[in-house]
Structure formats: C-alpha cells, structure tokens
Design a protein. Sequence first.
Length: 115
Amino acid sequence: MRQRDRNRANAHRLRVDGHSIRQIAKQLQVPRSTIAAWIRDEGEWHEYRNCQLCGSAFRVNGGNHRFCTRQHAEKYARMYLAGRKPKQERYRERIRELEAEVYVLRAALEIRDAA
C-alpha cells in the first residue's frame, strides 16, 4: 500500500473520530485542500454514531438511523424483537394491570372509610 493510500485511509478514520480538517492535515502533514477533497461529504454537519449491533462507527443518513447496514437492522430485529407482542397489545396489557391496581386501591379506601 502506498503512503498516499495510507494517509487517505487515516484521514477518514480521523474524521470519524471527530478531528477537524486542519487537525488531520497537521497530523498527516498533507495540505488541507487535499484532506478536504478526500473527505468531501463528511463535513461538520454530518453525525456519526455507533452501530447498535456491531459497534462500528457509521455516518447517519438522518432520522432514527441506528445500524450501519440494513442487514444489521434485520439481524437485530430477528435476535431481539422476534416474538414480541405488538405495541398496541403491550399497551392494552399495561392498561389492564393499572385498572386492576386502581380497583385494589379503591377497595382498600372503601374499607378504610367504612371503618
């Protein structure tokens, strides 16, 4: 691998780690304009996150982007979300639990007030 290719790979790695173009240029001893051309579209406004499945850093495209690849999102769903009840059903169960708790509390209040 040529030194230029190593510098380019290091520039991308440093950018993901949050370094500015000036810092990268100084560290690699490469002109700022070269660094800027290498990492174009990785500006200050892009957000980087770690994949919830593998932990590797990736650039967020927007919204609730939690995985570096679609395959990782699907694998996560198979591993952790399989067999889960739909959200509506979980809410209904919680409502039933809370209603039962309220019923017990009201009964206790009625007994206390009657005494």
